[in-house]
Design a protein around this ligand. Structure first.
Ligand SMILES: Cc1ncc(COP(=O)(O)O)c(C=O)c1O
Length: 408
């Protein structure tokens, strides 16, 4: 039956994370693998009240089809919140999507022909790698430094791609508390990326699920908010700030780009659930998203602190093991000595009842064998401490085994 598949379907690899998550679902495992928001933070009472009211009182509307662009009520409700993020928008610049993963799919549909180049960080979000692979993009990785993408290497990769007569389409970035590393792109680099995009006539796909989860340091303006030409298309999801299950995001784009994206959306699913859009709209209109975000930041800061403290306490210090210290978001990133392979180590850590995501899956060039992503979002602070203790013990054992092996 293999001959029946479209080439693009075979270009998409299984998500290593989804496969791993199946193994880590056992209750006795402390999992730092999934990038899920903490379910205890979901505003369930408010949503339950609103849902009952909407379903009983407004069923003719909310159980019906809606506009492809998204419900006017929902888009209107989001505008003030987006303004607080420096995004001064009109309704027509917002396309509601079935969360931002669909936004990535629509970007692929609208802009990527087979072989078109999309530049992305090394490492980058696995779901974007998958979405762009579906359209057979040539994903060109650029190393990620402590302050964002290495723009000098980006310039080099652009020159190479042009010499090879490739079609250059876009730069994909997650400037705030990036998935998987937790790294934030500096203001200078955001400006540089925009300048490069202008000069080379590239689009920027700015994916921002975590920007509102800043618990330390000062906010940095989004690339979209600095853009005067409409070349930055931004994705803002509610998954990490309200609920992932509502499956809601907005894609921000202008003019002709937006027109084509709306057509892509129509062909994909006609419209996003009107019910969830209306639940969220009423949440934004009747409750305080700012108060909710304040609570989330306290929760995630506590967990980040617990993870960093545990890493400092338990990880061997003299082995060149390093980790990021994110100012927001849900993840941190650990680099182990070169001789360790986090794919190989994974079964061993599962035996010790702790899980992470091996880093390689996030690298479009197949590197990153000695890295891992740790999510601090769903475990309690006590579990984080115990999980990092177990993980560190495995790292020590693996290092000792490698060193004995290399002596022998
Ligand atoms: C960078 C990034 N983009 C997009 C997504 C997809 O999120 P959703 O489809 O729930 O909006 C995620 C989820 O973890 C993410 O980390």
């Amino acid at each position: 039956m293999k001959d029946h598949f479209a080439r693009r379907a075979l270009a998409v690899k299984r998500s290593a994370i989804r496969e791993l998550l199946k193994l880590t679902e056992k209750p006795d495992i402390i999992s730092f693998a999934g990038g899920l928001p903490d379910p205890e933070t979901f505003p369930r009472e408010e949503l339950a009240r609103i849902a009952a009211d909407e379903l009983r009182g407004h069923y003719r509307n909310v159980l019906q089809y809606g506009l492809t662009e998204g419900s006017l009520t929902f888009r209107q409700a989001l505008l003030p919140w987006l303004r607080t993020q420096g995004l001064h928008l009109e309704l027509g610049q917002l396309l509601v999507t079935t969360a931002s993963q669909q936004g990535l799919d629509l970007l692929g549909k609208a802009f990527i022909d087979p072989g078109d180049v999309v530049f992305c960080d090394l490492p980058t979000y696995l779901g974007a790698i998958q979405a762009f692979s579906l359209f057979q993009a040539d994903k060109v990785g650029v190393p990620l430094l402590e302050d964002g993408m290495d723009v000098d290497v980006l310039e080099e990769r652009i020159r190479e791609a042009k010499r090879a007569k490739k079609t250059l389409k876009a730069i994909y970035v997650i400037p705030d508390f990036q998935n998987p590393t937790g790294i934030t792109t500096s203001w200078e680099k955001r400006k540089r990326l925009l300048e490069i995009a202008r000069r080379e006539d590239l689009l920027i796909f700015e994916d921002n699920p975590y920007g509102e989860l800043r618990f330390a340091g000062e906010p940095i303006p989004s690339i979209r908010s600095m853009d005067t030409e409409g070349r930055v298309i931004m994705l803002v999801t509610l998954s990490k700030v309200l609920s992932a299950g509502l499956r809601l995001a907005v894609l921000i784009a202008d003019g002709e780009l937006m027109e084509v994206l709306v057509r892509m959306k129509q062909a994909t699913d006609l419209c996003t659930s009107k019910l969830t859009q209306h639940l969220a709209a009423r949440y934004f209109n009747e409750c305080s998203i700012e108060d909710h975000l304040k609570e989330l930041r306290v929760v995630y800061r506590g967990k980040r602190d617990a993870m960093v403290a545990a890493l400092e306490r338990y990880m061997p210090t003299d082995e060149g093991i390093i980790w990021t210290h994110p100012d927001g978001g849900l993840f941190l990133w650990v680099s182990l000595p070169e001789e360790l392979d986090t794919d190989e180590m994974f079964p061993h850590t599962l035996e010790h009842k702790v899980a992470y995501v091996p880093g390689k899956a996030f690298f479009v060039d197949g590197t990153g064998h000695n890295t891992m992503r740790l999510s601090f979002s769903v475990s309690t602070e006590a579990e984080i401490d115990e999980g990092i203790r177990r993980l560190s013990a495995v790292v020590r054992e693996e290092l000792a085994a490698k060193r004995v092996g290399s002596v022998a």
